[in-house]
Write a protein that binds this ligand. Structure first.
Ligand SMILES: Cc1cc2nc3c(=O)[nH]c(=O)nc-3n(C[C@H](O)[C@H](O)[C@H](O)COP(=O)(O)OP(=O)(O)OC[C@H]3O[C@@H](n4cnc5c(N)ncnc54)[C@H](O)[C@@H]3O)c2cc1C
Length: 382
C-alpha cells in the first residue's frame, strides 16, 4: 500500500466482504476493506447460522450450494476457528398437500447428491420431535442441513484476512466514489480518500443506494426480517424446524410470519421470522413483529409458553428481482464489481468468494467467468 492506494478496495464488511478480503489477502493482493460500522453488523448480524440446502429453488443452484456445503466441515480448520459445525437436519412442516407435492422433486435432487431427504408422515412427527404440536400439518420433509456459529463464521474470515495482511478499517463509511471518464478510481469516507484498481461492492441491502452515487439503479430490494433468541434451555429440539413458505416470505410483498426455530448447542432457541416489506432500513424490532413470532411459536410449541427472551433484532434481508445473487462487473462503471444479494449465504459464500477473487484477478472486464455468469448484474441491464 502506498499513499492510501491499494490493488483492491472492498466496501462492506459482512460475511461476503470478509470472505472476499480473505481470499484476496491469501492471493497476496494488497487489500483494503472499508466497513461503515463494525464487522458483520449488517444482515450478517441477524444470521441464524443454518447451512440450508433444501431451500435451493433449482437443481442447478442446489449443486452450487452442495459444493459450498461440502467445504463447511473443514472451513474451521482453514480459518483456524471452531465454527461449532454440527448436523441437526431440517424438518419442514406443510399445511397443504399441494405445497408438499410441489417440493417432492427436491427430495430426488438431494438424493442425487447423496444427501438425505425423506417424507415424514404426521403421525411420525411426534416421535422425532416430541414437543412439537404439528396441528394442521399434513406432512413434513426431513432433510440434511448443517449449522454453525454465524458470529464465528464472519469473525473467522475477518481474522484470517487480517492475519494475511488485509487492511480492515471499521467505522469508515464510503460516502462518495471518485471517477475519471466513467472509470472508478477511488472512494471517499468522511475523513479519507482511498485509491485502487478494483472496487468490490459487498454492501448487501445497502448496495442499491450506493450504486445511485455512480448513476446506476441496481434492482436490489429488501424486506425487514425480525427474530429473537431465548435464554438457554434443556435440549428440547432435535432438528431445525420451519414452516413451509419460510424462505418465500423473505422475498414477500406482504407482512408474514413463518416459523424458523433452532436450538443452538448452548441451549438458546433462535426463533424467527416476521417479515415486512419496507422502503427504508430500520434496525429496531417492531411492536408487530415480536408478538407475531411469539404467537406462531405458541401454536407449534405450546409448552414453551413461559420462556424468557434475551435479545430481539431485525435486519434488512436483501434480494434481487430473480432472487439470485448479484455477482460481477457493473456494466456501466469500469472497475466496480458487485457482490450482493447472497442467497443461502452460509453454504454459498465460501465458494462464491473464492470464485469472485479468481474472476477479478483474471483482470479483464470482458473476460467472463462461466461459474459466475448467471449471476452477473448485466442480466438486469439488457
Ligand atoms: C433474520 C435472518 C436470518 C438469517 N439466517 C440465515 C441462515 O440461517 N443461513 C444463511 O445462510 N443465511 C441467513 N440469512 C441471510 C444472511 O444473513 C445474509 O445473506 C448475509 O449475512 C449477507 O451478507 P453480506 O455480507 O452480503 O451483507 P451484510 O452482512 O449486510 O454486509 C454488508 C455490510 O456493508 C456495510 N456497509 C453498508 N454501506 C456501507 C458504506 N457506505 N461503506 C462501508 N460499508 C457499508 C454494512 O454496515 C454491512 O456490514 C439470514 C438473514 C436474516 C435477516
Amino acid at each position: 500500500m502506498k499513499n492510501n492506494t491499494f490493488d483492491v478496495i472492498i466496501i462492506g464488511g459482512g460475511f461476503a466482504g470478509c470472505a472476499i478480503a480473505y481470499h484476496f489477502a491469501k492471493a497476496k493482493i494488497d487489500t483494503l476493506l472499508l466497513e461503515s460500522k463494525h464487522i458483520c453488523s449488517g444482515t450478517s448480524s441477524a444470521c441464524a447460522g443454518r447451512a440450508q440446502i433444501f431451500d435451493s429453488e433449482t437443481q442447478e443452484y442446489l449443486r452450487i450450494v452442495y459444493q459450498g456445503y461440502s467445504e463447511l466441515p473443514s472451513l474451521g480448520d482453514e480459518l483456524e476457528i471452531d465454527l461449532e459445525w454440527n448436523l441437526p437436519g431440517h424438518l419442514t412442516l406443510y399445511d397443504s398437500e399441494e405445497q408438499l407435492a410441489s417440493h417432492l422433486e427436491k427430495i430426488a435432487w438431494m438424493r442425487d447428491l447423496g444427501l438425505y431427504a425423506e417424507i415424514v408422515k404426521p403421525e411420525k412427527i411426534k416421535e422425532i420431535e416430541p414437543f412439537l404440536n404439528s396441528g394442521n400439518c399434513v406432512g413434513s420433509i426431513l432433510a440434511e442441513e448443517g449449522h454453525l456459529n454465524p458470529f464465528k463464521f464472519g469473525w473467522g474470515y475477518f481474522k484470517s484476512a487480517k492475519k494475511l495482511g488485509a487492511v480492515i478499517k471499521c467505522f469508515s463509511k464510503v460516502e462518495h466514489f471518485i471517477t475519471e471518464d466513467n472509470k472508478l478510481v477511488g472512494v471517499k469516507t468522511r475523513t479519507q480518500s482511498y485509491y485502487g484498481k478494483y472496487f468490490i461492492l459487498a454492501t448487501g441491502a445497502w448496495s442499491r443506494s450506493l450504486t445511485h452515487k455512480v448513476g446506476v439503479d441496481l434492482p436490489l430490494f429488501f424486506t425487514k426480517a425480525e427474530a429473537m433468541v431465548s435464554e438457554p434451555l434443556p435440549e428440547i429440539l432435535h432438528h431445525h424446524i420451519g414452516t413451509n413458505g419460510f424462505y418465500d416470505s423473505v422475498h414477500g410483498e406482504k407482512k408474514s410470519v413463518t416459523l424458523g426455530l433452532g436450538q443452538h448447542i448452548n441451549g438458546c432457541l433462535l426463533i424467527s421470522n416476521a417479515i415486512q416489506p419496507v422502503n427504508k432500513i430500520k434496525r429496531t424490532s417492531s411492536a408487530w413483529g415480536m408478538p407475531a413470532i411469539n404467537q406462531k411459536m405458541k401454536e407449534f410449541f405450546p409448552t414453551l409458553n413461559n420462556i424468557r427472551m434475551i435479545r430481539t433484532w431485525s435486519a434488512p434481508s436483501p434480494f434481487s428481482k430473480d432472487y439470485q445473487p448479484i455477482i460481477g462487473w457493473l456494466p456501466q462503471v469500469e472497475n466496480l464489481y458487485i457482490a450482493s444479494a447472497f442467497h443461502l449465504a452460509i453454504p454459498t459464500i465460501p465458494i462464491f468468494s473464492r470464485q469472485i477473487v479468481d474472476h477479478v484477478l483474471s483482470q479483464s472486464h470482458n473476460l467472463a467467468s462461466d461459474f459466475l455468469e448467471p449471476y452477473s448484474p448485466k442480466r438486469f441491464f439488457k
